[in-house]
Each structure stands twice: as structure tokens, then as C-alpha cells.
Design a protein around this ligand. Structure first.
Ligand code: SAM
Length: 392
């Protein structure tokens, strides 16, 4: 469902991905607050958007990028889905502006300096900090930095982080439950210690931990799920992964740091292993995890940033392993799990198996029964359940 987003730069029909829930829209009032503020600055003659180098970070589904697409913008995100929605929404509203937008992945490095940096909140403060430290190096003198956040998500530690990185940050009054973050880069005038600690933080953005009772090292870039330790659901899943079967093509769907793919590759050493995640950082982390722990000349491995299995070849896979997400940024729900299960059925060959882990209360067994017509509980504990479904 597309809905009309009215901004000072024009009215646009915007869609989310997925766009199955009519109660969810593709933008929020923090987007509008940011656009209103920029429009006011332009009117005041603070800058000329036609001449400015603009960087947009963490645009959810493209509301900011579409509105500003008549100017040249770099659109930086860790989310394949966000980039895809941004491209779709520009195509649908102002196709002539497509070539003015450059999509930058969170794993890319910046190659120019910016006059205006606009950022939206993200759930992981650690990731936001990592982004802000990168931004510090690419600001032109006098660059304006403007953030937008829903008021309920504004925590003191976020302001502390922005103050720590840039030297000064202030939140606006609340408008329609959103607040603006005015950030001033004073680092030039700050002491050497801050500069040193900022660059140390940036260097350390790749966390790793050793898998229990093994020598394996699991790598996690800044925005990866459970980046400092093995997730408890994943730990339970690792204890019950399939140990036999004629699996030649295996997918780790929503691979995160790639720990499930690693174990599958070790068990089924002839199989081709594909790691898929919508987070660019997750895909890069999975690659690091597998390359570090496997002798890759013996393995056929692929790493893909994608929205679940959209566009994947039907009836091609033998085994899909999945620990599905239960939220998309701040929105909690099972829409993506449903999508993953349905697309798995399409992509599995007959006799192929989907194995999943989930919280018991999420009722995944009934979803799998509905989609596959069968399901088998492999293991349960107090919190989690592992289920397999076979494509008949
Ligand atoms: N497999 C890892 C593990 O067990 O530790 C990570 C599981 S985590 C619960 C779910 C993963 O799904 C996250 O890495 C998230 O980025 C990814 N994800 C969320 N939505 C997705 C989508 N639409 N397509 C592909 N991956 C997605």
C-alpha cells in the first residue's frame, strides 16, 4: 500500500518493504521534522542544496532520499531492504532523479567530504556511534549535521555519545512525538585524547568471540545481531543441527555472523553454502567467519545481501537453516518470519528441509504446518523450539 507523504519538497507516494501491514507507513514524523528544518535553513540562505554535498544515513524506506533526490545525495545504510525501498520509491515518484542518488553500503568507505549530513536513529547505538565516527572524517569545514529521532527513543547515552564524538549535540523541542538532534563538530578544538579514543573505537568496530569449547572465531561488524556473544537461541540450534542427509545446496537464511553456516559447512563438507542477510555488515561478517575457520579451497561458499529469498531460484536448495528476526528496527512482528518460511518452500527442492529455531511463544510450528502441510519438533527447552518442515 502506498501512502502520501507531504513534505516541503513535494508530495510523494511511499511504500515500505514489506508493505503488507496497512497500519505501518514508510516514514515517521522525524523524517518530516528533518525535511522541514532543512527547508527552513534553505529559506534562511544557510546553504544552497544545489551546490551542497549531502549525505543521508539510515533512511528507513527512502522518505528523506526521495524528498531530496532532486539534489545530489549519497544514501548510506546497512540495510539492503532500505536501499531497495529507496530505489523503488524514487523510481515511482521521480524516476529522472535516480542517477542523482548514490547508494553506499555500510561496508563501503566514503570517498568525498560533505556539507550536510542527515541521520535517522537506528536501534543499535553501537552502530550509530560507529557511523558517527566515520562521518567525523568526511565533514567539510562548517558542515551541518542534523539527526531525527522519535522522542520515546531518545536516551541520555545517545546524547552523551554524540557529544563525545563531535563535541556538541542538542535536542530540539518535541514536534509530533519526534525530536531533532543538532550536532556541531567541535572536535577540531577538542583535545588529542578524544581524537585518539574516537579512532580507537572505529578500529575496534569488528568484535569477535570464540565459540564455546572450540577454537573457532566468530566475527561481528558493528550492526550484527548478538555481536558480543553467541545468542542463546543460536546456541540451542547449534546443538541440534542436522548431522546427516544428502544436502548439496545449503542456505543460512538471515545468517548474521554466519555461525550456523560454519557448522553446516563443517558437517556437510561437499555442500555449497550460501549466506544471506539483509544487513551488509552481517554478510561481510559471515564471510569473515567462514574464511577464517574453514579451508575455503574445499568449500563452495556464497555471500548475498538480499531481502530473504526474493528473486532466488525455485526448487534449487536441499536445506535451509533459519533463526528468523522478530523485529524490523523498532517494529516487532512476524511478517519477515512468514516471508522467510513461504519463500523457503518455493526455493527448496522436493524432499528439501527447512530447519528453524524460535521462541516457543511465537507459534512457528503452526505457521510451518500451514505453509508446508507438515512440521516436526526436533528439540525444545524452556524458551526455544527447533522445528523442521519438509517440502513434499
Ligand atoms: N543466524 C544468525 C544467528 O543465529 O545468530 C542471526 C539470526 S538473527 C535472529 C536474524 C537475522 O535475520 C539478522 O541477522 C537480520 O539482519 C536478518 N534479517 C532480517 N530481515 C531480513 C530479511 N528480510 N532478509 C534477510 N535477512 C534478514
Amino acid at each position: 500500500m502506498s501512502q502520501q507523504c507531504i513534505t516541503p519538497f513535494g508530495c510523494f507516494e511511499l511504500k515500505r518493504i514489506p508493505d503488507t501491514d496497512k497500519n505501518l507507513q514508510a516514514w515517521n514524523s522525524a523524517d518530516l521534522y528533518i525535511l522541514n528544518q532543512i527547508f527552513e535553513w534553505v529559506q534562511e540562505g544557510k546553504f544552497d542544496l544545489n551546490k551542497a554535498e549531502i549525505l543521508i544515513l539510515n533512511d528507513s524506506f527512502g522518505a528523506l532520499s526521495v524528498a531530496l533526490s532532486q539534489f545530489s545525495c549519497d544514501v548510506y545504510s546497512d540495510s539492503f531492504i532500505s536501499h531497495k525501498a529507496t530505489t523503488n520509491n524514487i523510481k515511482n515518484n521521480c524516476p529522472n532523479n535516480l542517477d542523482k542518488i548514490t547508494l553506499l553500503k555500510s561496508t563501503d568507505t566514503f570517498s568525498k567530504k560533505y556539507d550536510l549530513v542527515i541521520f535517522k536513529e537506528v536501534k543499535s547505538h553501537y552502530f550509530l556511534k560507529n557511523e558517527m565516527i566515520k562521518v567525523l572524517d568526511v565533514l567539510k569545514p562548517g558542515a551541518l549535521i542534523l539527526g531525527g529521532i522519535m522522542a520515546k527513543n531518545l536516551q541520555k547515552n545517545l546524547m552523551d555519545m554524540l557529544n563525545h564524538v563531535f563535541g556538541a549535540a542538542q535536542a530540539s523541542l518535541t514536534w509530533k512525538k519526534a525530536r531533532l538532534l543538532f550536532v556541531t563538530n567541535k572536535v577540531g578544538s577538542l583535545n588529542h585524547a578524544l581524537n585518539t579514543s574516537a579512532s580507537e573505537d572505529s578500529k575496534n568496530s569488528i568484535a569477535h568471540f570464540q565459540l564455546e569449547d572450540t577454537k573457532e572465531i566468530i566475527y561481528n561488524l558493528a550492526n550484527v545481531f548478538s555481536r558480543n556473544k553467541l545468542d542463546i537461541g543460536t546456541r540451542f540450534f547449534l546443538q541440534h543441527l542436522p548431522s546427516e542427509g544428502n544436502f548439496k545446496n545449503i542456505i543460512d537464511l538471515g545468517c548474521g555472523n554466519g555461525v550456523l553456516a560454519l557448522k553446516a559447512a563443517q558437517t556437510f563438507s561437499d555442500a555449497s553454502i550460501t549466506c544471506i542477510d539483509e544487513s551488509y555488515m552481517a554478510v561481510a561478517s559471515a564471510k569473515m567467519t567462514l574464511e577464517t575457520n574453514l579451508s575455503l579451497k574445499d568449500h563452495d561458499t556464497n555471500y548475498i545481501a538480499a531481502n530473504a529469498l526474493s528473486g532466488y531460484v525455485s526448487e534449487s536448495e536441499d536445506l535451509i537453516l533459519c533463526n528468523p528476526p522478530f523485529h524490523q528496527q523498532y517494529v516487532v512482528g512476524d511478517a519477515i518470519a512468514w516471508q522467510m518460511f513461504k519463500e523457503s518452500k518455493k526455493v527448496l527442492r522436493r524432499g528439501g528441509e527447512l530447519w528453524i529455531v524460535g521462541n516457543r511463544h511465537l507459534g512457528y510450528h503452526s505457521k510451518l504446518k500451514k505453509i508446508f502441510g507438515n512440521q516436526k519438533i526436533i528439540a525444545t527447552n524452556k524458551k526455544f523450539v527447533i522445528i523442521k518442515a519438509i517440502k513434499k
